[in-house]
Design a protein around this ligand. Structure first.
Ligand code: HEM
Length: 401
């Protein structure tokens, strides 16, 4: 009971650079913590894993739970916030367009983008790495995959951060942030309505056109479903990956020995992606609601009980990981199986874009290690205030070949 303020302390602005010590305090004290706000925090790996793996823990109520104050801007609910059978139907239809082949085909373009960004950064010697690398790389990749033309990408860059901040619970947003979130949603909806209509009339070789063509036993995506899918892909696929790149660059700048290991053994670039997602997860939490009586560990939940799964705390749980606060790029490369991190979640909502995020990360870490001999902080990193999708606003870096 008296521990509740510790969790909210972890969410306080001064703890954005390092919420992990506060998570540890709570996690070591209790596996579940009543927030006093109708949501119970889940702090440990085993309990978080159990909840995310069980479909009777519904994800349908998150919008209402976190965003009771959101202006309903005619945005049809994304399948991220649906349960079976609706979730199953939509995810299956979308996966017919968002195929493994479509992701693999992006590799040469990702390599070209990474090369250009590293060329410019090395030539400059010092960059603000969020603006120079972390933001543009996933933005260009997801926009080109969807079919958002280059001149319109500036709009996505402008509205993305307001939407990402808008994922945070309404009570932590100020009036201006809530308004910015709703305006951004309105602008993106209008934009994609128009883009979808154009691509349905004149299809091209992009994901929006492909979504317009998918069908399964006579079933298709209707206009609203296409709209919510495009917006989900754009925001879920972009704002998260920005933070994977930003958090990864920071981890490598602070641990030059780990970058040297990837340089010596380039096959560690893939496992390094998983270690970054474990060590400094872009997504810190997600909610679930019990459908029926559900038992987790020693605890029994009643129908309608809400939990907030603290993914980023589970990823540092010493019950699951040896030396959990160490950044070790070989952690996922050893012969001994390391427990799965929850950075992409688990179960039916497991990140649909995981393969794309991994590809971007693997190419970037490979090239960074190969081309950059020295990577150092050139100033203090500055964090965005975001709780749910957490990451950096500014990352000044000095690079030498
Ligand atoms: C490092 C980057 C990424 C991270 C850390 C990440 C993380 C996550 C997490 C934690 C979830 C589950 C959320 C929940 O259960 O509340 C999720 C779902 C999702 N992600 Fe990602 N994501 C990333 C990149 C991407 C990309 C690149 C795309 C698309 C191109 C994408 C598309 C999606 C979609 C569509 C879902 C919903 C899946 C469902 O509900 O069935 N994500 N992601």
């Amino acid at each position: 009971m008296t521990t509740a303020p510790i969790v909210f302390d972890a969410f306080a602005p001064e703890h954005r650079p390092d919420p992990y010590r506060r998570y540890a305090l709570v996690r070591e004290a209790v596996p579940f913590l009543d927030s006093g706000l109708g949501v119970e925090f889940v702090t440990r790996h085993a309990e978080c894993t159990a909840i995310l793996s069980e479909t009777r823990w519904s994800h349908r109520d998150e919008a209402e739970l976190f965003h009771p104050d959101a202006e309903r801007v005619d945005l049809p609910t994304s399948f991220l916030w649906m349960d079976p059978p609706d979730h199953t139907r939509l995810r299956s239809l979308v996966s017919k367009a968002f195929t493994p082949r479509r992701v693999v085909d992006l590799a040469p373009r990702i390599r070209e983008l990474v090369d250009g960004m590293l060329d410019r950064a090395l030539a400059a010697g010092q960059v603000e790495a969020i603006e120079a690398i972390a933001y543009p790389l996933p933005l260009i990749v997801i926009c080109e995959m969807l079919g958002v033309p280059e001149p319109d990408q500036e709009m996505v860059h402008r509205v993305g951060p307001a939407l990402a901040r808008g994922f945070d619970p309404d009570p932590v947003l100020d009036e201006r942030e809530r308004r910015a979130r709703d305006e951004a949603a309105r602008e993106l909806i209008a934009y994609f309505r128009d883009l979808i209509a154009r691509r349905v009339a004149e299809p091209r070789d992009d994901l929006v056109s492909a979504l317009g063509r998918v069908h399964e036993g006579g079933d298709v995506l209707d206009e609203h479903e296409m709209l919510s899918t495009c917006i989900t892909m754009l925001i879920a696929g972009h704002e998260t990956t920005v933070n994977m790149v930003g958090n990864g660059l920071l981890a490598f700048a602070r641990h030059p020995g780990q970058l040297a290991r990837v340089r010596d053994r380039p096959e560690l670039a893939g496992p390094a992606v998983d270690e970054i997602l474990r060590y400094d997860s872009p997504v810190h939490m997600t909610t679930r609601t019990a459908r029926g009586k559900l038992v987790v560990g020693e605890r029994t939940f009643a129908d309608g009980d809400n939990v907030c799964v603290l993914v980023a705390s589970a990823n540092r749980d010493p019950r699951a990981y040896a030396d959990p606060d160490a950044f070790d790029v070989a952690r996922y490369a050893g012969a001994v199986a390391t427990p799965r991190h929850l950075g992409f979640a688990l179960g039916i909502h497991y990140c649909m874009g995981a393969a794309l995020a991994r590809l971007e990360g693997e190419i970037l870490w490979t090239e960074l290690a190969r081309r950059v001999g020295s990577l150092e902080l050139a100033g203090e990193p500055v964090y965005r205030p975001n709780l749910l999708i957490r990451g950096l606003r500014e990352l000044p870096l000095r690079l030498r070949a």
